[in-house]
Structures are given as C-alpha cells and as structure tokens.
Design a protein around this ligand. Structure first.
Ligand code: NAD
Length: 506
C-alpha cells in the first residue's frame, strides 16, 4: 500500500469509528505506521496544562459517578461492548495500521476488549465485601468496597487498546473515571476507542458525567504528569521495566496506588515426554507471533537433550518458511518491527549472541515495503550458555534455544532472569508438570502447561513478578485495585466492650 493510500485508509478508519479528530495538524506530533515506516497522521499533542485540566475534570466526574449504582455503571460498559462489536473490524484495522499486527491479531485485540466488557458487566453486580466474625457481642463487622478515584492509564505501543480496556472497563464499573495516555506510537487507536466509547456514553444518558473517559496525546512527559499528580488515585502503567522504574517511585512518593505491567523474558521448557508436534506449533506462535513484540513473547526455550535433535530441525524449518510481510496487503504471519530502533536492538542482540558462540538462524532484514519499514525474518539462536542477551528482554522476534539434561537445573535458569511474566512447560509427565506449577517451579505470574507463553484469556489475573512489576489486571479479583476497602464495625448492643478485652472505665 502506498504512503498516500495508507494515510487515506487511516483517516477513513478513524472516521468509521466515529472520531472527528484533525489528523493533519501543521507541525504536529507525527504518527508513523510500521507497515510503511511513514507518517499517517499529525496530531496536536496535549501539554502540561491540558493534563492538569483533564485530571481536574476527571476528579469532578468522580464526585457523581461514584454515587451511580454499580449495576447501572455496568450498563454503560454493556453498551460499550455492543459498540465495540459494531466497530470490531475498523478498530482492528487501526491496530494493524499503527502496530503492524495481522488483521486476525488486530481484531483479536478488540475481541479482548469485548470480553473484558462482558466480564465487567457481570462484575458490576459482584463488588462483594466480606462479613467477618467479631469477638465482641452485639457487634457486626464487615468490609465495604468504594470507588477509588481517578485512574490514570499509561499504555505501550504493542497492545494499543486491550490493556486500556482491561483497566477502563473495570475502573468504570468500580466507579472511577479514567484518563488514558496511550503510547506516542499508537495514539490513533486510542482516539478511535474513545470515539466508540463516546457512542456508548451518548446512548447511556445523563447519569454519566462529562469527562468520564479522556485521552491525552503525548510522550513520556504526559505519563509523568499523571504519575506525579496526587489527584490520580491509581496509575496503571504498561510498558518497559525502564519506564516502571521511573513511574513506580513517582507514584509511591505521594502514596498513590500503582499497577505496573512491565517487560518479561518468558521461557518454555520442552521435556522428553512432550507432544512435539503440539509443542512446535505453540512455540512458533509464542515466539514469532506479533513479530516477537508481545510482552508475553517466548524468548527462551530449554529443550531436553533427548528431544533436542528432533525438535530443532522442525523449528529451523518453521523459522525458515514463515511468511513475513505487510499484513494488510498479504496473508503474512509476521508483520514489521515497530521502528528502526527495534531493528537496531535486534541486530545488536544477535551480534552479542553470536560473539558468545550462539548459532543464529534467520534475523535478516527482508525486502518488503519501503526502505523506511523494518521487516525481519524471526531469529532462532542455538546458545551454548544461558548468558549475555539471553538474560534480558529484546523486544523483537529472537528465540534463544538451550539444551538441558536436568529439570531442576533448567528451572533454576528459567527463574534466573529479571522478568517474571509468563512461562510454559511442555510435558505429558504429571510429576514434571506439578513441579513446574509448584512453589519451587516457575516464578512467573503466568505458568502454562502445553500451551505457549502468550495469548492469555481475560478471565485470569494478568501480570507478573520481579521486574515485570507485580501488578495484576483483567480477570479474577483484579478489580479490587480500582476500589478502596473500608472495614466497618457496628455496635448494636447497649454495652461498649473493647477489643482484646482492654478496660478503660471512666
Ligand atoms: P515504553 O516503556 O517505551 O512506553 C510505554 C508507555 O510509557 C508509553 O505510553 C510511554 O510514553 C510511557 N513512558 C515512557 N517513559 C515514561 C516516563 N519516564 N514517565 C511516564 N511515562 C513514560 O514501552 P513500549 O516500547 O511502548 O512497549 C514495549 C514494552 O512494554 C516491553 O518491555 C513490553 O514487554 C512491555 N509491555 C508489557 C506488558 C505487560 O502487560 N506486562 C504489556 C505490553 C507491553
């Protein structure tokens, strides 16, 4: 697709979602598409004053939204889910244009938004607290969950909309307004999502205050302003560990709440009893899908020596034959890297691996699209040691493969990295599976058996340990982070017994 065509498609896609934003602002913030490596829009960025005003407005919205009953708040999210269904193809295309994903993956991301909306609607009637046994006669003790306040959401380029929705759908049913700072690389998807939500808000009626959901376009400085502002009760930040190291302390300094969803260095372990055909397919999707640009991408693979010579040739073949190309023009499985910097970090990691004795298969830049775009063959690297670039996240399609002979040893290496997001074991041996899932097994927030590291469902809590930041979003009881808890003790007796039997007679 030519540069001019892509600009037109971008404009039309935004309009189809309902956005009327000006995308040709003179000397504005350029938005690039990795499909062509060229600008598809120019937007007016939001400055410091805009951010401050947006937070003030969100705080005002909070005053009334927190008093709207939970199930009624759920109705807004139900309507949003309906509007997302109607706009699925358009939003999916927006994701493809900005993040370079295939239509199937782009629409899959929108499906994730629809799924979390469904989850949140049910949740809106289940914001339960406990009734707790009290030691004092004639007393009752209970726990109440109240809306928390303004939620600031910072998101990464590689999932331009689903993580926002994991936060926003829950925040809205929990009674909290949201202010979203999307990646400066993918602001258009955010503006398109906001336009879709605006349609739901219009249908919802008057009990939704203005400024319940806002988008701020800009770079790290806008994220920093959210992190520093004491009126933002919760900052949910998705991105690199580098970003988390800056944002986390800023929020902590003012005793704000934080959910950090940061980088991972995810691994799989292939045991002797593994179903190798299934393993091959799971590893291929986990390591090459989304051009290796998922936080859950499989980056390391420990293969037992008994099956190494069986699975490696099959993996090499899959890597050599995988189709790389513009996912809007072809049915290629692997799209572009986000930009030149991503390509440089990939080539430098491969150079380092090679210097350490690694054998690199693939990794070459492909002649696809204009010179400004970065399409690469995914790289499979056979490493003699668990060392060097293997120990860190390089946000590109590189899979380091290492041989092991003892599961305990493989597990030790598996856990010996900074990231603690996702992990998999491939086995049909019950003992190996249980060890991997046990307290001495994988130390990640996500531990899978016989499926890859990526492609989580919304029903489970999503997030990871260590340098992944410790946050949890999406399903299970992640909603609690968006509310404040009060413990209430009610005395319905005529006495005043003190807890722990303390006496204080006056
Ligand atoms: P990034 O850290 O460069 O940017 C992420 C977001 O943080 C952007 O909106 C950016 O503007 C903002 N930001 C950057 N520096 C900031 C600062 N100092 N203060 C405030 N905000 C700041 O990440 P990226 O390149 O967009 O995304 C890739 C990274 O995100 C990878 O490390 C990937 O693993 C991680 N990621 C994690 C998850 C998860 O759920 N754990 C999901 C997606 C991506």
């Amino acid at each position: 697709m030519g540069t001019r065509d892509l600009k037109t498609v971008t404009r039309e896609t935004l309009a189809a979602c309902g956005s009327r934003i000006d995308t040709s602002v003179a000397e504005g913030m350029e938005v690039m598409s990795p499909l062509t490596g060229t600008a598809v829009a120019s937007l007016a960025p939001n400055g410091e004053a805009d951010t401050r005003i947006a937070i003030e407005n969100a705080r005002t919205a909070f005053e009334s939204w927190r008093m709207v009953p939970g199930p009624r708040r759920g109705e807004l999210v139900r309507l949003f889910g309906e509007e997302l269904r109607a706009s699925k193809a358009d939003l999916g295309r927006m994701v493809s244009i900005e993040a370079g994903k295939s239509p199937s993956e782009g629409e899959g991301e929108v499906q994730e938004m629809i799924d979390i909306c469904d989850f949140a609607v049910g949740l809106s009637r289940q914001l339960y607290g406990l009734t707790i046994a009290t030691e004092r006669p004639g007393h009752r003790m209970m726990e109440t969950w109240h809306p928390l306040g303004v939620v600031g959401i910072i998101t990464a380029f590689n999932f331009p909309c689903a993580p926002w929705c994991w936060n926003a759908a829950l925040a809205l049913v929990c009674g909290d307004p949201v202010v979203w700072k999307p990646s400066e690389k993918t602001p258009l998807t955010a503006l398109a999502c906001q336009a879709v939500l605006d349609r739901a808000l219009k249908r919802f009626g008057d009990d939704a205050p203005a400024h319940l959901s806002q988008v701020l376009v800009g770079g790290p400085e806008v994220g920093a302003a959210l992190a520093e502002n004491p009126k933002v009760a919760l900052v949910s930040a998705t991105g690199s560990t580098r970003m988390g190291r800056i944002v986390g302390p800023k929020v902590a300094e003012r005793f704000g709440k934080c959910i950090l969803e940061l980088g991972g260095n995810n691994a799989g372990i292939v045991c002797p009893s593994a179903d190798l055909d299934m393993t091959l397919r799971a590893v291929a999707f986990g390591a090459m899908g989304t051009a290796g640009q998922r936080c859950t991408t499989m980056r390391r693979l420990f293969v037992h020596e008994d099956v190494y010579e069986q699975i490696l040739p099959a993996l090499r073949k899959a890597y050599a034959s995988v189709s790389v190309g513009d996912p809007l023009e072809t049915d290629a499985l692997v799209g572009p890297l986000i930009d030149a910097a991503a390509y440089e970090s990939m080539t430098s990691a491969l150079r380092e691996a090679s210097d350490l004795g690694g054998t690199v298969h693939g990794g070459e830049r492909q002649k696809v699209g204009p010179k400004t775009a970065y399409y690469v063959k995914p790289a499979l690297v056979e490493m003699p040691e668990h060392d060097g670039p293997v120990l860190r996240e390089t946000f590109a399609p590189i899979l380091y493969v290492m041989k092991y002979s003892d599961l305990e040893d493989a597990l030790e290496k598996h856990n010996a990295v900074g990231g603690g997001l996702s992990s998999s074991i491939f086995t049909t041996d019950l003992r190996e599976m249980e060890i991997f899932l046990s307290a001495k097994g994988s130390d990640c927030g996500i531990a899978n058996v016989n499926i890859g590291t990526s492609g989580a469902e919304i029903g489970g809590a999503f997030g990871g340990e260590k340098e992944t930041g410790g946050g949890r979003e999406s399903g299970s009881d992640a909603w609690r982070a968006y509310m404040r808890r009060a413990t209430n003790t009610i005395n319905y007796s005529r006495d005043l017994p003190l807890a722990q039997g303390v006496v204080f007679d006056i």
